[in-house]
Write a protein that binds this ligand. Structure first.
Ligand code: CUA
Length: 333
């Protein structure tokens, strides 16, 4: 802006709108803060004891004046309220069919995992022009995932998942910060978001070649793909190793709910409640199985609290999600 970078680039679909709201708020504040002191100063001088002024008919009330100074600020503040509420909902509503990436915050780094199993640390590679959804949790304390160029920030909280979505509009590299004080090296918990053209992103996902930006410059992908398969495939292995499969079977001997095609669907609980199966519910059911019992089953599942890493919980969830994807596709065919 004006050749002087007062603001970070606007690199997501919501960045421009958030800036507009910000400038409107600053503008409104400037108008009032700019006018009021001068009015006060003027009145101090105009009606100073030493000044000649007509004081014969003091005004006790003026309906017109009072209505004016009530209604105008009311309209302005309601305008700001509805405007920002609209933006808030837009930012928080999940987009259709986003690319999901899993984020784990820990003292003091960001660990990211793509659905195909590719992992990276303190770097997030994403394709331009695609909605991306981050499913985030922390391994220790509260962190906050902050990308100024996207005008987005969300707390990353231990023990639960928070989500955030964005759609990058420009290729390039952008700052990634932790925006919640999380200990000694909080200020070093930084990284970058690399936005690539879609073909480059797909190549990056499957190779370790440096990515080439449209301007011809190359950027190192900076990671090794240590993946032993996609997240869902690793999740399937965890599912076997932890013995989940001995109860969650599709045959009639199953003592536990079949997990095929449950993700994103409503499920009934023994308590009479109904809820939609999402990441948060799966996480709770893995770590604290007694919290919500599916109707028709007994509270017999052991807890896996403390026995699985955050990575493994995410992989299990990716596996269970993949069971739903398969069924959904089969139904469509
Ligand atoms: Cu993590 Cu500050």
């Amino acid at each position: 802006m004006w050749g002087f970078p007062l603001f970070p680039e606007q690199a997501s679909t919501v960045a421009g709108q958030i800036d507009l709201l910000y400038f409107a708020l600053v503008g409104l504040s400037l108008i009032f803060a700019g006018i009021l002191p001068f009015v006060v100063l003027y009145l101090i001088v105009r009606y100073h004891r030493s000044m000649k002024a007509d004081r014969s008919n003091p005004i006790n009330s003026s309906l017109k004046l009072e209505l004016t100074w009530s209604i105008i600020p009311f309209i302005l503040s309601m305008g700001v309220f509805f405007w920002s509420t609209f933006l808030f909902f837009q930012i928080n509503a999940d987009p259709d069919d986003p690319l999901e990436i899993y984020v784990i915050g820990k003292q003091w780094m960001w660990h990211l995992q793509h659905p195909n199993g590719k992992r990276e640390n303190n770097e997030l590679h994403v394709p331009v022009g695609q909605p991306i959804k981050l499913i985030m949790t922390s391994q220790d304390v509260i962190h906050s995932f902050y990308i100024p160029a996207f005008r987005l920030k969300k707390d990353v909280v231990p023990g639960r998942y928070t989500t955030m979505w964005f759609e990058p509009t420009k290729t390039g590299e952008y700052h990634l910060f932790c925006a919640e004080y999380c200990g000694t090296e909080h200020s070093a918990m930084i990284g970058r978001v690399v936005v690539l053209p879609l073909p480059d992103y797909q190549r990056w996902l499957t190779t370790e070649e440096p990515a080439i930006l449209p301007d011809g410059s190359t950027i190192s992908t900076g990671v090794s793909s240590d993946s032993g398969g996609s997240m869902a495939e690793i999740g399937a292995q965890v599912f076997q190793q932890q013995g989940c499969v001995s109860c969650h079977r599709t045959d009639s001997a199953a003592r536990a709910p079949v997990l095929n095609n449950i993700f994103g669907k409503p499920t009934s609980l023994a308590s009479g409640e109904t809820l939609t199966v999402d990441e948060e519910y799966l996480r709770e059911s893995i770590l604290r199985p007694q919290a919500k019992i599916t109707v028709g089953y007994g509270p017999i599942m052991p807890t896996f609290e403390g026995q699985l890493t955050e990575d493994q919980v995410l992989q299990l969830i990716a596996y269970i999600k993949s069971l739903s994807d398969v069924d959904a596709n089969e139904e469509n065919q």
